[in-house]
Design a protein around this ligand. Structure first.
Ligand SMILES: Cc1cc2nc3c(=O)[nH]c(=O)nc-3n(C[C@H](O)[C@H](O)[C@H](O)COP(=O)(O)OP(=O)(O)OC[C@H]3O[C@@H](n4cnc5c(N)ncnc54)[C@H](O)[C@@H]3O)c2cc1C
Length: 384
């Protein structure tokens, strides 16, 4: 008997409807704000509220908890479509869904799920705080300390580079309850904005995804009730590894969306711009560059969709996720660079959208595990 297997890029009806609604939203609501958000390095709260209304801030949260009851693949579609217009909005939605909600759904006990999932679905932005000044790639060398004290843990330390730091009201914070135990001391805590001893520090002034806030978090004897431990004490490393393995598929989606956006701008421009008496898109040299970019995007998209569909099918996807992130981020860099070239002088100025996408592309090779760390994962899996 021949099993019926769907092509990877063929969307189910619900996926098509969802993708189309996000695409229409991105065009109507995000596109007009892109340049201003980049210049002011800020996402207006009204736009964040609209993202909640659209249903993309609680994609995998079950309907019983106020969410959209979708799959991981829906999150990938949302991040891709938003990033096609603005990768800063893409990453806001990505962190909310693939890291924060994912961690709460998978590792939160019933009380935590009941308390936080409806909140996250309806207006609370989340952030995911693992990195510190001294621990980036070597994430489990973190030094933020959680000391047991009665019915609470007291957190002291600093986190760096935390996406959504400006917008978030709920932070998943990784700290160690026992530095001597190495990674086995790492524990995840849910910390609310405004609790005594917790403040959001400086915001980074960045090359790209400038509208997305990246902030320092400061903990000075911040009491966090034991009920706010996410998962088991000493098992935070597992929470981090498992959510980041999935999160990087979201970054792959951000990067293919970005690359598509850049290529669309380039195609439109090259059909209009005339040199030597004809549209520059009529030159075979330009056509071949565009064809190559389309080829790379298609290949990258297949890696992202495959990793996401493997995840939803409950199959192993570690190598595929690492491959999709590194490959998509390299494609995004190459395609956005080509788009700058094809717009000529106009590619280099802020009046046109491609210089921003070129700047934005760079982050794909850095966060949620640098490209070298992805290569390490792939090598480990294939070399044993
Ligand atoms: C805009 C932005 C948003 C971010 N958002 C978040 C967030 O929301 N939450 C969070 O926790 N973190 C976040 N980060 C942090 C990000 O995950 C780290 O920057 C990243 O993991 C790299 O760590 P690092 O900057 O310390 O670089 P390092 O770890 O110091 O790496 C520097 C270089 O050394 C290479 N390198 C390091 N170790 C090895 C090795 N063993 N083998 C080969 N090469 C190696 C790296 O590949 C890299 O090229 C964000 C960062 C940025 C810039």
């Amino acid at each position: 008997m021949i099993e019926h297997v769907q092509p990877l890029t063929v969307l189910a009806e619900d996926e098509t409807i969802f993708r189309d609604s996000v695409r229409a939203f991105a065009e109507a609501q995000v596109r007009p704000l892109v340049r201003e958000m980049d210049e002011h390095a800020k996402i207006p709260r009204a736009l964040v509220d609209q993202l909640f209304d659209l249903g993309v801030m609680g994609i995998e949260i079950p309907e019983t908890h106020g969410g959209a009851g979708g799959r991981f693949f829906h999150a990938v579609l949302a991040v891709e479509e938003l990033s096609r217009v603005d990768p800063s909005i893409g990453v806001l939605v990505d962190v909310q869904n693939t890291l924060v909600i994912n961690a709460v759904l998978r590792f939160g006990h019933e009380d935590i799920r009941r308390r936080w999932l409806p909140t996250l679905a309806s207006g609370t932005v989340g952030a995911y705080a693992l990195s510190e000044a001294g621990s980036g790639s070597d994430a489990f060398a973190l030094t933020t300390r959680a000391t047991e004290d009665g019915d609470a843990y007291v957190l002291t330390g600093r986190k760096l580079w935390i996406t959504n730091g400006n917008e978030a009201n709920l932070f998943i914070v990784f700290a160690t309850v026992n530095p001597e135990a190495g990674y086995r001391g790492i524990t995840a805590f849910l910390v609310e904005r405004g609790v005594p001893g917790f403040s959001v520090g400086k915001k980074e002034d960045k090359l790209g995804i400038r509208a997305s806030s990246t902030c320092e978090l400061i903990f000075e004897e911040c009491r966090v009730p034991k009920a706010q431990v996410l998962g088991e004490v000493g098992k935070g490393y597992k929470t981090a590894i498992e959510t980041l393995n999935e999160g990087r598929i979201g970054i792959g989606a951000q990067m293919i969306g970005l690359a598509r956006g850049a290529l669309e701008h380039a195609i439109r421009y090259t059909k209009e711009r005339k040199q030597f008496g004809k549209a520059i898109a009529d030159f075979q040299g330009v056509q071949f560059q565009i064809a190559r970019a389309a080829m790379e995007i298609e290949a990258a998209k297949l890696t992202v969709y495959n990793a996401a569909r493997l995840r939803d099918a409950g199959r192993p996807f570690l190598t595929e996720a690492a491959i999709c992130k590194i490959f998509s981020s390299e494609v995004a860099e190459r395609v956005s660079s080509l788009a700058v070239n094809l717009l000529g002088g106009n590619g280099f100025v802020k009046e046109y959208p491609v210089e921003k996408l070129f700047r934005d592309a760079k982050i794909g090779q850095i966060y949620e595990g640098t490209s070298n760390l992805q290569l390490q994962t792939i090598a480990k899996q294939i070399l044993g």
